[in-house]
Structures are given as structure tokens and as C-alpha cells.
Design a protein around this ligand. Structure first.
Ligand SMILES: [Zn+2]
Ligand SMILES: [Zn+2]
Length: 146
């Protein structure tokens, strides 16, 4: 980390892996990219009922704190998807969302796409995405595979 100007500290963004994760880490403001409204977290692909601001960071850019990421799997650094909450970033949030357009409304309910033994599609209301054979499908709690 280097300061361009000794009198001006680099601003940082506080992020979490999901909107309800209690762990938070800080990254330099300019190290986060790909900001967008989204409702599925990275890692465990947890869907939220509401849209939040998400972006991508490289795990080795973290300057402080702790997030739910382990560098165990494979060579780092890893690009990870992170959630940026307004309450964590009150001073710069408006600048971060500048240009993104309005936040989408609540995520609509989807139908569970699991096939029952009878061959029928389950059809339960759900907002949970699952990854099955590399494909993203919606799954109700009963048919969620992970
Ligand atoms: Zn890592
Ligand atoms: Zn189901």
C-alpha cells in the first residue's frame, strides 16, 4: 500500500461475504471493482430477499478485519465476490452506487425446479439458487442440495 500524498489517507471500503455475515473486512476503495446490484452472495451462493451492492476484490488486498474466506483452496490470491452495506460505508456509499442506476425492487419469488420421483416439477415458492451439475437452478428448502 502506498500513499500518493502523505497528507491524504487512502479511503477504504468495508465488505462482508453476505449481507448478514458478522465478519467484515476493509479493502482500499480503488481495489473493489465490478460493482452491481445483486441478490446472490459469492461463495455459498446465498440469496437475499433484497438487492444489495456487490463487487469483487482480490483477497490479498484486505487491509484490516476478517471476512469469510479461506485461502486454503488453491493458489491465491483469489477473486471474491463481496457485499457492500450502506451501514458499513456511510461516507462513500453514495459515491460507490453512483452510475449504477436505481436499486431493483425486491427479488421476485421463483419456483423450485426440482423434479420429484413422479416426474412432476416441485414448484414450491423459493428464492434460493442452487448449483446442480454446474447449472444454476432454484430449489426450495426441501430440495436444496447443499
Ligand atoms: Zn484467498
Ligand atoms: Zn422443491
Amino acid at each position: 500500500m502506498e500513499l500518493e500524498n502523505g497528507s491524504e489517507l487512502r479511503r477504504s471500503v468495508t465488505v462482508r461475504r453476505t449481507w448478514k455475515d458478522f465478519r467484515a473486512g476493509s479493502f482500499p476503495e480503488d481495489s473493489i471493482y465490478g460493482l452491481r446490484w445483486d441478490c446472490v452472495s459469492g461463495g455459498v451462493q446465498e440469496a437475499s430477499p433484497q438487492f444489495f451492492l456487490y463487487g469483487y476484490v482480490s483477497c490479498d488486498d484486505m487491509t484490516d478485519g476478517e471476512i469469510a474466506h479461506s485461502c486454503m483452496h488453491g493458489m491465491g490470491p483469489h477473486i471474491i465476490k463481496v457485499c457492500v452495506l450502506k451501514k458499513d460505508n456511510p461516507d462513500i456509499y453514495d459515491e460507490l452506487i453512483d452510475g449504477l442506476g436505481p436499486k431493483p425492487k425486491f427479488m421476485p419469488w421463483k419456483r423450485c425446479e426440482a423434479k420429484k420421483k413422479s416426474g412432476e416439477i416441485c414448484g414450491c415458492r423459493t428464492r434460493t439458487r442452487d448449483v446442480i451439475g454446474g447449472q444454476v437452478e432454484y430449489r426450495c428448502r426441501r430440495h436444496y442440495t447443499r
